[in-house]
Design a protein around this ligand. Structure first.
Ligand code: NAX
Ligand code: ADP
Ligand code: K
Length: 504
């Protein structure tokens, strides 16, 4: 599903008007009416309910006037509270139409907070049409902040028009204060602000309404960001004649005296998601534990970290092999680990997934990535802490920062998987948001499992970007399958992977 920013939405609107002879009025009319339709679909007949619609000064407020007018067709119990004169022509037209239809408008300024609270708390449904995609700066006006707080405290049910007022459409950040919606009806396409926290927490149920923005091919060619849904995800083929070498192998380099389990989790996840052969290069402790869990793993005991040892195992691997480096690796023997990283980035042609401690080690010299051959696939799977070390920016600056991930991927020609409750996947040209999963995945060891799955799917010949999309989605679904959310260890998620896979 396509995701657009506020700027892209404005361009689409402009294009619909200039090239398809639509008008602002038609789009606003459809936005308003589709919101009323969504309310009906969700909450049933409107005639027995009473509504308060709160309209801001821009076109979001304009949608609010259309909604209020349309509700008049079902009930007279609809009142508008306005924050002031509409500032756009089309909004004014719709304010006037509402008045002509017998609608009642109260000015928030004159009503005061106390009366407003009375109206809000007595309404069955409050419609939040204060700010939409046009909100770009902090809400500093105290009276608006008080209004938003009152909506959040006193409303029975809040439907936000396009996006809850106060959320930055492009980042999901709260600009001072923001409405907590029960349902949000957005127009045309979801926006990043609906998908990224904290915005994602405030939207309630998200409905996407078509308002007449044409989805012609030439428009879709310019789309570059998407929400991952269960549809159209690629699965590896498993031809009946396949034997273990029909697929490549997954070679996991990781583990240390301190972190013994991490590469084992990666290896088991690779096994459970269809890999033909899984190898571990790590200390004896790691190998012993790995084999006790699954005797079919192939382990190479590397008790002192050595590039030559890695090279001897990896040099002769098949062209379909995939390397996962980093789970539980630790940061001791730093120089030799940098040598190993440099070797597998620059001298081996196979796809490499750089995860966990390998990312921390890489952050000392990210430019090694630039020495790779242009056709070689490198994937980085950082959480915000790791991405912050790599980019030398604060965690706050990198969290949910899809444009930064895009620029990074473009500069270093890698696939970046910025893991979080909403995960961002990008190769620099196309970006995907993943929202499957829940806090059952917020556990030590989760990331190791994900890198094992990605390695496994690439080894089964999926294109690396497609492999990541499928991996993050099914990993999320596996997390959602845990019976009581969070009452699990990350290890438990591995056993859910086959069933999660069968759902796509
Ligand atoms: N783009 C499109 O294709 C369509 C957009 N429509 C609606 O139009 C909305 C966007 O309308 P606008 O661009 O007019 O913007 P908004 O209505 O979202 O907000 C802009 C208004 O709020 C004021 N404002 C912004 N930040 C403020 C702050 N921090 N404190 C106080 N006031 C602030 C601005 O001065 C301006 O008057 C969408 O969210 C949607 O609801 C729909 O009518 C249908 C079509
Ligand atoms: N609240 C959540 N909702 C969905 N997915 C989550 C959530 N918390 C964590 N995850 C997922 O779990 C994984 C955690 O990875 P990471 O932080 O690297 O774990 P670790 O370092 O312990 O292995 C990521 O794939 C992330 O997207
Ligand atoms: K709104």
């Amino acid at each position: 599903m396509v995701v657009v920013t506020s700027q892209e939405m404005r361009e689409l609107e402009k294009c619909a008007i200039e090239k398809f002879e639509m008008t602002e009025e038609i789009l606003m009319e459809r936005a308003g009416i589709s919101t009323v339709q969504a309310i009906w679909n969700e909450y049933g007949s409107l005639s027995e309910k009473n509504f308060v619609v709160i309209c801001g000064p821009g076109n979001n407020g304009g949608d609010g006037y259309v909604i209020a007018r349309d509700i008049l067709n079902y009930t007279e119990a609809v009142r508008v509270i306005t924050l002031g004169e509409p500032k756009t022509e089309v909004s004014k037209i719709n304010r006037n139409r509402f008045l002509k239809h017998g609608g009642i408008i109260y000015k928030y300024e004159e009503l005061g907070l106390e009366k407003t609270i009375e109206m809000i708390s007595s309404a069955d449904i409050v419609i939040d049409a204060i700010f939409g995609t046009g909100l770009k700066r902090e809400i500093t006006d105290e009276s608006i902040a008080n209004l938003i707080e009152a909506i959040n405290i006193y409303s029975n049910c809040v439907v936000s028009v396009d996006i809850p007022s106060g959320i930055d459409t492009d980042t999901g950040e709260i600009l001072g204060s923001a409405v907590q919606a029960t349902m949000t009806v957005t127009f045309g396409f979801p926006k990043p602000g609906h998908l990224l926290f904290p915005g994602r927490d405030l939207i309630g149920k998200l409905k996407i309404a078509k308002i007449g923005i044409p989805s012609q091919t030439f428009l879709s060619e310019s789309f570059k960001r998407f929400l991952i849904t269960g549809e159209n995800l690629k699965k590896p083929l498993r031809p009946r004649w396949a034997h273990k070498k029909s697929f490549g192998e997954v070679i996991i380099i990781g583990g240390s005296k301190q972190y013994i389990g991490a590469p084992v989790l990666s290896a088991l996840a690779a096994q459970k998601t269809g890999a033909g052969m899984v190898k571990i290069i790590g200390p004896s402790e790691v190998c012993d534990i790995a084999l006790s869990y699954d005797p079919s793993l192939i382990c190479y005991r590397m008790d002192s970290v050595s590039k030559d040892f890695v090279s001897s195992v990896v040099k002769n691997c098949s062209e379909n092999s995939v390397i996962v480096v980093g789970p539980g690796w630790g940061q001791d023997n730093f120089d030799e680990k940098i040598n190993i990283l440099s070797f597998i980035i620059t001298e081996i042609q196979n796809p490499v997934i750089i995860d966990a401690d390998a990312l921390n080690i890489l952050s000392s010299n990210v430019d090694i990535l630039k020495q790779k051959e242009i056709t070689k696939s490198i994937l980085l799977t950082p959480h915000p802490g790791e991405f912050s070390r790599i980019t030398k920016l604060s965690t706050k600056e990198v969290k949910g920062n899809y444009t930064l991930a895009e620029r990074f991927s473009e500069e270093y020609q890698v696939i970046t998987v910025l893991k979080d409750a909403t995960t961002i996947v990008t190769d620099g040209n196309t970006t995907f948001f993943n929202i499957s999963g829940n806090t059952s995945l917020a556990k030590a060891g989760s990331g190791d499992i994900l890198s094992g799955i990605i390695g496994s799917l690439i080894s089964q010949h999926l294109d690396p970007l497609e492999a990541v999309k499928t991996s993050v989605y099914i990993f999320g679904i596996a997390g959602e399958m845990i019976q009581a959310e969070g009452f699990n260890s990350s290890y438990d998620v591995i056993s859910k992977l086959p069933e999660a896979f069968s759902k796509i």
